[in-house]
Design a protein around this ligand. Structure first.
Ligand code: HEM
Ligand code: NAG
Ligand code: NAG
Length: 325
């Protein structure tokens, strides 16, 4: 029995070393994230997350959009480290109060539900940052968009940055060059920026984010503008919602790009992608070739999920996504 144990532990050590060696090669290209990270430590992690996302999206389709956006707003601020999920404390103001997030980002309760199910099944194992990455993918799939394999092994931050959230998340007032540079700062080219913006094929925006466009801009369809003005007065009604994609607001498809060509982009930033500039061609490509959009979107999401993750012994696995341990 003892000899069986020691030989199996030698073998385990050998496997571990081999694995670490292999990881050190793969890691260089993929920021040390791996697709099978929880295979041994929490084999049901992916199915737990998928069921919870499916049930949340079933009761409210918009939640799929909200969970997708959570991952984006996490990753663009000091990497995909779940910093966006930290609540403010008496000592500390987190990212939830930042301009792009306050009164806007949602889905925190769904993440809490997922986290408590994972803690019940495998305590202290699955990071909040990985939950966001998997939930974003499962949301897109639930809304009938493309799928991709999520790399795992991100750990959670012990800090958050309100100022980084304010400066790194692109604003809807940006022009095309501002959008290109905000994404270029994170390593994305203009085509990838246009693909990721296709997320606005689902979800809603508040009147306050598009009022200037529907009262002051010329590159907007007249009928579209009039119908939006009915729900978004020139003053008041700041929180009234309109779909980002009026055609199919709860289906992840390429209709967003058709809207842009028809001057029916909701946000100023949306319409900037098709306004006589350098990205018109890629908008046309995605409008006419849904499979190209899906493929580029999936690849760009994998790339977004690789933004500066905490790995190894950096950070921690929070037991409650809202607080450090
Ligand atoms: C290109 C620059 C981008 C800008 C300027 C931008 C801006 C915005 C704004 C202003 C809203 C409405 C927020 C509100 O009214 O509360 C919104 C919603 C949304 N954004 Fe973006 N966004 C951008 C890129 C992205 C990316 C890259 C993703 C995902 C990968 C994304 C996903 C979403 C989703 C899904 C919603 C709807 C959320 C919901 O209904 O809860 N956006 N965005
Ligand atoms: C605030 O900071 C102090 C000193 O670092 C620490 O002891 C305390 O636990 C913190 N309070 C909260 C609510 O995090
Ligand atoms: C885009 O916005 C920036 C910053 O507001 C401004 O400096 C630049 O001139 C604008 N570019 C165009 C082409 O309008």
């Amino acid at each position: 029995m003892a000899s069986h144990h020691s030989s199996s532990s030698v073998f385990t050590t050998f496997k571990l070393c081999f694995c670490l060696l292999l990881l050190s090669f793969i890691g260089m290209a993929s920021a040390q994230l791996t697709t099978n990270f929880y295979a041994k430590t929490c084999p049901n992690a992916l199915s737990i997350i998928k069921s919870a996302v499916n049930s949340a999206v079933k009761s409210e389709a918009r939640m799929g959009a909200s969970l997708l956006r959570l991952h984006f707003h996490d990753c663009f601020v000091n990497g995909c480290d779940a910093s966006i999920l930290l609540d403010d404390t008496s000592n500390f103001t987190g990212e939830k109060m930042a301009g792009p997030n306050a009164n806007s980002v949602r889905g925190y309760e769904v993440v809490d539900t997922i986290k408590s199910q994972l803690e019940a099944s495998c305590p202290g194992v699955v990071s909040c940052a990985d939950i966001l990455a998997v939930a974003a993918r499962d949301s897109v799939v639930a809304l009938r968009g493309p799928s991709w394999t999520v790399r795992l092994g991100r750990r959670d931050s012990t800090t958050a940055s309100l100022s980084a959230a304010n400066s790194n998340i692109p604003a809807p007032t940006l022009n095309l060059s501002g959008l290109i540079s905000a994404f270029s700062n994170k390593g994305f080219n203009a085509r990838e920026m246009v693909a990721l913006s296709g997320s606005h094929t689902v979800g809603q925006a508040r009147c306050t984010t598009f009022r200037t466009r529907i009262y002051n801009e010329a590159n907007i369809d007249a009928t579209f503008k009039t119908s939006l003005q009915a729900n978004c007065p020139s003053s008041g009604g700041d929180n009234t919602l309109s779909p980002l994609d009026t055609q199919t607001p709860t289906t992840f498809d390429n209709a967003y790009y058709t809207n842009l060509v028809n001057k029916k982009g909701l946000l100023h930033s949306d319409q900037q992608l098709f306004n006589g500039g350098s990205t018109d061609a890629v908008v046309n490509t995605y409008r006419t070739r849904s499979t190209t959009f899906f493929k580029d979107f999936a690849n760009a999401m994998v790339k977004m999920g690789n933004l500066s993750p905490l790995t190894g012994t950096s950070g921690q696995i929070r037991t409650n996504c809202r607080k450090t341990n």
